[in-house]
Design a protein around this ligand. Structure first.
Ligand code: NAD
Length: 422
């Protein structure tokens, strides 16, 4: 189990620490606490042998990073992607720590991944790879230790395989070992819509502070997958005018407003779930971000708003549905220009919040109605949005600065109360 002995730089993790540093300075963190919080608690690297369909064995590399368990079991997804590295998984586990803390979930932060291209693997190969990954990590994952979930290229089926593998090894039904499971084996109602619902609630909460409502605002949403399409649908239902949407096929803009329900139907009927062929003015994905609108929801990929295009963004409110869509340089330019940004760790925390509800329901063996899940989600997000908003006022900082400040303070408080076993 290799662990870093010094703070890495020139890396995804090194870059992620930039936002942390500003908030740490604001909180006047002691150098001891700074050192503790800038090192992951545990990094595990495993070699995963698995049988290919042709009878040969391949060996892939897998990771699990538990960044912090100060506030509860580590929590975070598992990613299958050719670019997965220990550095990237560490940065993602670092973000999960603050995301869980900012909405006050009793979880720490974790993340996992396997360096692989799932597109070249059959379903059987993916199942064998996943089961071996889970079996190799069996001592460190579990409802009270570390609770994985889906991330890029993993899904409810992947979680079902992990839950089954762990249950078989422990000789005990263990649904709370993972979240994001299918409903019939302990998943939560409302989980699929939760992240988009959280984005909508975050926008509503921000506008409420300014004495406004969502109705009538012109909104551009980048990305029309789980997060983007649900955000667009809920914002439209709340009376907003969605003027732009996009996916990997390009951007679609209409000043008069996009027919969001038509777009959802179009995608549902399309063989590759794409907007290709949808009837609206075509713009490029870059141009989409620069179209006239009041609110922008980047809900596709990281690093979409950079120092190159930040000055061209017309929106006065940005809600980060995706993780890391705004670079630190763009963040500074936009904030200096008076744009309010609801940061990713707050705006897209709806998913992990309902994952927390799934874990709670699995442990109780009692499952809530969707309306109850949505009610609890709304209460928790609104309450913590208010805390972040007030903290921004108190420290005269941005919502991002305030979100990190709230999250770091909560983790530090947990460490201080527990004491450091050293
Ligand atoms: P998804 O795969 O369902 O959808 C991604 C969408 O982005 C697709 O419509 C895809 O076509 C589009 N896209 C890809 N490349 C694009 C490009 N260059 N320009 C415009 N659109 C492009 O993924 P998702 O679950 O909706 O996740 C989107 C983002 O939200 C990711 O950053 C993810 O980490 C983050 N996120 C997701 C959840 C969740 O619960 N799903 C939770 C928190 C954060």
């Amino acid at each position: 189990m290799p662990t870093t002995n010094s703070q890495p730089n020139a890396s995804v993790f090194g870059e992620a620490i930039q936002y942390f540093d500003a908030a740490a300075a604001r909180l006047n963190l002691s150098s001891s606490m700074y050192r503790i919080l800038t090192h992951p608690s545990r990094q595990v690297i495993i070699s995963i042998p698995f049988a290919r369909d042709n009878g040969e064995f391949d060996v892939y590399t897998g990771y699990r990073v538990q960044y912090s368990s100060a506030r509860g079991p580590a929590k975070g997804g598992i990613r299958y992607h050719p670019n997965v590295t220990l550095d990237e998984v560490t940065a993602l586990a670092f973000w999960m720590t603050w995301k869980c803390a900012v909405v006050d979930l009793p979880f720490g932060g974790g993340k996992g991944g396997v360096t692989c291209d799932p597109n070249v693997l059959s379903k059987g190969e993916l199942e064998r790879l996943t089961r071996r990954y889970a079996a190799d990590l069996i001592e460190i994952i579990g409802p009270d230790k570390d609770v994985p979930a889906p991330d890029v290229n993993t899904n409810p089926q992947t979680m079902a395989w992990i839950m089954d593998t762990v249950s078989m090894h422990l000789r005990a039904h263990t649904p709370a070992v993972v979240t994001g499971k299918p409903l019939n084996i302990g998943g939560s109602r409302g989980r699929v819509e939760a992240t988009g619902r959280g984005v909508w609630i975050a926008i509503e909460s921000a506008l409420d502070k300014l004495g406004k409502t969502v109705a009538g605002h012109r909104i551009v949403v980048q990305g029309f997958g789980n997060v983007g399409s649900i955000s667009a649908k809920l914002l439209r239902e709340a009376g907003a005018k969605i003027v732009g949407i996009s996916d990997v096929s390009g951007g679609y803009y209409s000043e008069k407003g996009i027919d969001v329900f038509g777009a959802l139907e179009h995608v549902a009927k399309s063989p590759n779930r794409s907007l290709e062929g949808f009837g609206a003015d075509r713009v490029s994905n870059t141009e989409l971000l620069e179209q006239p609108c009041d609110i922008l929801v980047p809900a596709a990929l990281e690093n979409q708003i950079t120092e190159k295009n930040a000055r061209k963004v017309k929106a006065h409110l940005i809600a980060e549905g995706a993780n890391g869509p705004t670079t630190p340089e763009a963040d500074r330019l936009l904030s200096d220009g008076g744009v309010t940004i609801i940061p990713d760790i707050l705006a897209n925390a709806g998913g992990v919040t309902v994952s927390y509800f799934e874990w709670v329901q699995d442990r109780m063996g009692l499952y809530w109605r969707e309306s109850e899940v949505n009610q609890r989600l709304g209460d928790l997000l609104r309450e913590n949005f208010d805390v972040v908003w007030d903290t921004a006022k108190e420290y005269d900082t941005t919502l991002r600065g305030a979100a990190y400040t709230v999250a770091i303070k909560r983790v530090v408080d947990a460490y201080t109360t527990r004491g450091i076993y050293a």
